[in-house]
Design a protein around this ligand. Structure first.
Ligand SMILES: [Zn+2]
Length: 98
């Protein structure tokens, strides 16, 4: 399933509108925190359960959104991090958070 529309709201949120008319809003901080790339996954593995990550503005500001085929988006962040591929199937079922 592919979203009809993808837009950034208030520079801090990403809105995906699905074909069935349903829309989901994700906090960019939340998306960055859950970045699915191997580097971030390894980094998260080192966090203790009480660790709260702090992000610089450049880490949670989007520079570019690139579609990857019809199954995912690649989020390019202002700090240059560009390895996170977010699959629509996972985004669609992930709970809304802000
Ligand atoms: Zn990452």
């Amino acid at each position: 399933m592919k979203p009809e529309k993808i837009e950034v709201l208030d520079k801090t949120k990403l809105k995906l509108v699905w074909k069935d008319g349903e829309s989901r809003v994700y906090s960019l901080m939340y998306l960055r925190e859950l970045c699915p790339c191997a580097i971030c996954e390894e980094e998260r593995g080192k966090w203790s359960s009480t660790f709260i990550p702090l992000f610089m503005t450049s880490q949670i500001t989007l520079r570019e959104i690139r579609p990857v085929g019809s199954y995912a988006i690649n989020l390019i962040w202002e700090d240059g991090h560009n390895t996170g591929i977010y699959e629509y199937s996972k985004l669609h079922f992930q709970p809304v958070s802000d």
